[in-house]
Design a protein around this ligand. Structure first.
Ligand SMILES: Nc1ncnc2c1ncn2[C@@H]1O[C@H](COP(=O)(O)OP(=O)(O)OP(=O)(O)O)[C@@H](O)[C@H]1O
Ligand SMILES: [Mg+2]
Length: 313
């Protein structure tokens, strides 16, 4: 359904990618230390192979009983690229005041608390978004900093490609873009902004786009950067689908969705249009110019009065 692009520099992870997880018996993989407790507890039966080493996590294909799943091992804070952590975590609730104080002080206990929150944020978001009607991998829990989730595969059972790896027809781009905008709207309706949505964090299977990679998901009501992040998420998506359907580049979904959110009019059945009338009253250039001219005239007459006063002395 989606022709794969031949080569994409950005896709090179440290690990092998996109071979069938069902035919990997010949590759014996040393069990990573961080997965050993999960094997011990019977949550994972076998590590099939590494899938991808990203900036924030290492991802493995694992077998749980008869199911092939995905295990995402979060890197420790120091090994992560913590680009704009403060921007993302603003507004994240810490109910326990001892925890909050420890986190502020940056003590060992505080750093551990911060890690726990970061690691549980993704699994929490996955459960919340699945309930809100967004297509995300089905979560099976987060244990000791390892997220177990559904492995998204294509029709051949191969690991599904990222959006950045596929090309598509113009009609398909319109359809999938509309689907992703609908997901962005449903996410916001559930109180969240993805915050790192791009063609690298969307997988594509035979039923269309699947949203992944949510540890930085932002609480829309509590975070002052929420609209800017939503705007960036929408722009990234629109720019990519716009490569195949240029008409999309004239749409204004971010403003439309945010205004509906602010007016408490979001609803999962809502049909988005991508149209938005930019407010004209904010940019009333004529009256601003009149005010500037009046101020200049007043200043001129003040100087004139001063000159007259000096001449009289
Ligand atoms: N549920 C899944 N099913 C199939 N593949 C997955 C799944 N989750 C992650 N992957 C693969 O692993 C890669 C890394 O996952 P993810 O984006 O969640 O981690 P990350 O460390 O934040 O990566 P990056 O820094 O590259 O964004 C994805 O781009 C995708 O190729
Ligand atoms: Mg990612």
């Amino acid at each position: 359904m989606y022709p794969q692009l031949t080569h994409n520099e950005n896709l090179e992870g440290k690990f092998h990618q996109s071979t069938n997880p069902h035919c990997c018996e010949e590759r014996s993989v040393k069990t990573p230390k961080r997965l050993q407790p999960l094997i011990h507890d019977g949550l994972i039966d076998e590590v099939i192979r590494p899938l991808m080493s990203g900036k924030e996590a290492d991802v493995y294909v694992v077998r749980c009983g008869s199911k092939v799943r995905c295990a995402k091992i979060y890197k420790e804070a120091l090994k992560r690229s913590f680009k704009k952590a403060a921007q993302y975590t603003e507004g994240r609730k810490v109910r326990n005041s001892r925890r909050a104080r420890a986190m502020e002080k940056g003590s060992k206990f505080g750093r551990k608390q911060q890690e726990d929150i970061w690691q549980s944020a993704e699994v929490d978001a996955l459960y919340r978004l699945a309930r809100a009607g967004v297509r995300v991998p089905e979560p099976f829990g987060c244990f000791d900093g390892v997220l177990l989730m559904e492995l998204i595969t294509d029709e051949n059972g191969d690991v599904a490609p990222r959006l950045s790896e596929v090309s598509m027809s113009e009609a398909q781009a319109h359809e999938d873009h509309a689907q992703v905008m609908h997901y962005v709207m449903c996410m916001l309706n559930a109180g969240l902004v993805h915050g790192d949505l791009s063609e690298f964090n969307v997988l594509v299977d035979q039923d269309g786009p699947v949203i992944i990679d949510l540890p930085q998901a932002v609480d829309a009501a509590a975070n002052n950067n929420a609209f800017a992040m939503l705007e960036r998420d929408v722009k990234n998506m629109t720019d990519y689908y716009g490569l195949f359907a240029p008409a999309l580049l004239d749409s204004h979904y971010a403003q439309e969705i945010w205004t509906l959110y602010e007016n408490a009019e979001l609803h999962p059945d809502l049909k988005l249009t991508g149209h938005f009338d930019m407010p004209t009253e904010l940019a009333d250039v004529d009256s601003v110019m009149l005010e500037i001219k009046a101020a200049l005239a007043e200043e001129e007459s003040r100087k004139e009065r001063l000159r007259e006063a000096e001449a009289e002395d």
